[in-house]
Design a protein around this ligand. Sequence first.
Ligand SMILES: [Zn+2]
Length: 312
Amino acid sequence: MSGLCRLRYKAAGFRCKSYRCLVTIALLTALLCAWPGSKAAATEETAARPGVWTTGFSNGFSLGIDAVPGGVAMVDIGPERLPEPTVTWNDKKVLVQKNAGRWQALVGIPLTTKPGQYELSVFSTVERQTTFRVKNRRYPAQELFISDTSKVTPPAAALQRINTERQRMSAARQSWRTDFDAAMFRIPLQGRQSSQFGLRRIYNGKPGNRHTGLDLAAAEGTPIVAPAAGRVIEVGDFYFNGLSVFVDHGQGLITLYSHLSDTDVSIGDQLKAGETVGLVGSSGRVTGPHLHWSVGLNGVWVNPELFLPRDP
Ligand SMILES: [Zn+2]
């Protein structure tokens, strides 16, 4: 890779704070990168565009620069030759990966986060602080009609069950282990995207919670596969989410598969990428058969689309 092409990567990944900056650098270096002798660089340039998969280039996720509520901040921590850092945000450990010779933190940003500058704590040879900026994003509303009204206004008898399940799901979402099984994701189901992440949900005219996953509609019984290797940490039949499986990919990266019709996996199972997690169903609160797929980082649900190749 030529020096200027390398510079563009660094600028795109770690220094640019706006698309205007990225476009400017891309224009300035595009001609140079296209010179004979820079073929490898040109290939890598294509693979490393923001939001596009980095197959063959890095050994980690490349999520672009979507540091918005419900998104992920990619924060440069320092060169790979330094000892592996421990990074925390709000006292929660944050995923750290190697990417293009650098340590890089991937910080899950809650949907409720206000735009502004935030501070990460970095523990390496010394303790220090580093900052990242969260931009604004407003998500649209979505109105849904649920024929089973007990799933919109639960009866009093169900409230204790719902509360207990909420705690189980929260514990699974916040799971942490140091091993990191996932270097990249594939889509768990080739289905129509029937509902996007982040939408402000309105059930039968009543405002509900935000949509913290991506809905993929497919026929009942369609197999759903693990997008990457991971360990099953929770399986249950939940009031709203129906039959669900949580998979821990390490470093606080968690995936959730909900509304299943069936699953053969159990807590403790180690899954390989592509192994079946369960089958599409319509258990829980649904309007039809689909997979509700959530992706968590540092205990926060973030937009699953950030983890997928643009053309799966
Ligand atoms: Zn959903």
